[in-house]
Design a protein around this ligand. Structure first.
Ligand code: UGA
Length: 438
């Protein structure tokens, strides 16, 4: 089976490499020549555990190619996946589909035999139909079927999620297209992965529904965490007590500074927009978006409050900048809202992230980036954990005590916005320990 994967971003590159691992011949294409050149030199543009190995092995075995010529790749393929970016459109929150539609035009010109064209990017309901229309207009003779196959992988666990998914969702309008996709996913049958075959609109909506639900779950626990702080309850125990109910489940109930990343913020916005356009507003998702914005503000207040009401002239050590650990991705990370606000309030910020420094240098002007956690903490008035990287879970607390500057009242301020330390232990160690919902 021959596949063209258009777009070498997270989804495209991971899916392309994994399909090659399944035994398919995959051509990954991208308009970005520099990126293709790097990939052809064996350089992986993103930080994702296990990806480099997979790309190198499958390239060596000749099942994975990288090139810029879409038409040529499509002409040889049985399946074409569109996995280009669908960023949030400025102003109205809708998904910007210009790259998807451009890909559709390129695909149209390349089709030379029966081809299944699949959208893998997260696209609003109705996009599959629009892509099919573009292909028919550009190439009335094209023998193709449209399909949707949304991707549910998480950054940082992308390969594992792709190889052992909870489910595969396939949206098709014909048995012929269903057969091609079922064949492609045959290697997963052994692990008895549920494969949901449905129509294209349903598959498209399922992706948004899943992400919006997860964002809602996180936001729910964040709001409960705030309530816990007022009533003296422990949010971790509340989450555990809730999560043990199998109807609720324990995952995605970890409170923190608000969700970020390249998916939840943009997908919740896009779903709310689609729903409004169809006069079926999903008020709950609109509330989630607003509550997540407020959560980040709340974190700023927490830090200011911990420093007796002002951060002006105070030095903050920020540990973690990426939107979550095990990625170098800063897109919509809480750091991008929280740090500029603290700078505006007069704080001096020294920050460290294990993988996110290159991105941080681009997007966080005014923040001094330093080589390690202890360097960040040197003479700091407070240490703030923003991302729960493993290397921050076991900081040498005695060393920190010698590095931090005590406040006028002698307090050593430690703000743990990911709740990775135990409050009792931190108190015992002599820190003024601030966390979320405990
Ligand atoms: C998310 C979904 O989890 C994937 O299933 C989906 O495929 C992907 O979006 C996508 O649409 O492409 P991802 O954005 O990589 O994956 O990251 P998550 O692990 O879901 O985390 C998202 C954000 O929620 C992070 O900022 C994380 O810190 C936050 N979060 C997560 C919490 O604050 N609490 C939690 O309990 C879980």
């Amino acid at each position: 089976m021959r596949i063209t994967m258009i777009g070498t971003g997270y989804v495209g590159l991971v899916s392309g490499a994994c399909f090659a691992e399944f035994g398919a011949e995959v051509i990954c294409v991208d308009v970005d020549r520099a990126k293709i050149d790097r990939l052809n030199r064996g350089e992986i543009p993103i930080f994702e555990t296990g990806l480099e190995e997979l790309v190198i092995r499958n390239r060596k075995e000749g099942r994975l190619l990288f090139q810029t010529d879409t038409m040529e790749a499509v002409s040889k393929s049985d399946l074409v996946f569109i996995a280009v970016g669908t960023p949030e459109r400025r102003g109205d929150g809708a998904a910007d589909l210009q790259y998807v539609f451009q890909a559709a035009r390129d695909v149209a010109k390349g089709i030379q035999k029966f081809t299944v064209v699949v959208t893998k990017s997260t696209v609003p309901v109705g996009t599959g139909e629009k892509v099919a229309r573009i292909i028919r207009e550009e190439n009335p003779d094209a023998d193709f079927e449209m399909a949707s196959n949304p991707e549910f992988l998480r950054e940082g666990a992308a390969i594992e999620d792709f190889m052992n998914p909870d489910r595969v969702v396939i949206g098709v309008e014909s048995e012929r297209a269903a057969q091609v996709l079922k064949n492609l996913y045959r290697p997963l049958y052994r692990s008895e992965t549920p494969i949901l075959i449905t129509n294209i609109a349903t598959a498209e909506l399922t992706k948004y529904a899943a992400n919006a639900f997860l964002a809602t779950k996180i936001t729910f626990i964040n709001q409960l965490a705030n309530l816990c702080e007022s009533v003296g309850a422990d949010v971790h125990h509340v989450a555990k007590g809730m999560g043990l109910d199998r109807r609720i489940g324990s995952q995605f109930l970890q409170p923190g500074p608000g969700y970020g990343g390249s998916c939840f913020p943009k997908d919740t916005q896009a779903l709310a927009k689609t729903a409004r356009e169809h006069n079926q507003p999903v008020g709950i998702v609109e509330q989630v978006i607003e509550a997540n914005r407020q959560q980040k503000e709340r974190m700023i207040d927490k830090i200011v409050h911990a420093l007796s009401g002002t951060v002006a002239g105070k030095q903050l050590a920020i540990l973690g900048l990426t939107f979550k650990p095990n990625t170098d991705d800063l897109r919509d990370a809480p750091a991008l809202t929280i740090l500029p606000a603290l700078l505006r309030l007069g704080a001096i910020i020294r920050a460290y992230d294990p993988e996110g420094m290159r991105e941080a240098a681009k997007f966080l002007p005014g923040v001094e980036l330093v080589a390690g956690p202890y360097e960040a903490c040197k003479n700091a008035d407070a240490v703030v954990i923003l991302t729960e990287w493993n290397q921050f879970r076991n900081l040498q607390l005695n060393r920190l005590k010698t590095l931090l500057t005590p406040q006028a009242d002698g307090r050593l301020v430690f703000c743990d916005l990911r709740n990775i330390y135990e409050p009792a232990l931190m108190k015992e160690q002599g820190f003024h320990y601030i966390c979320v919902g405990r």
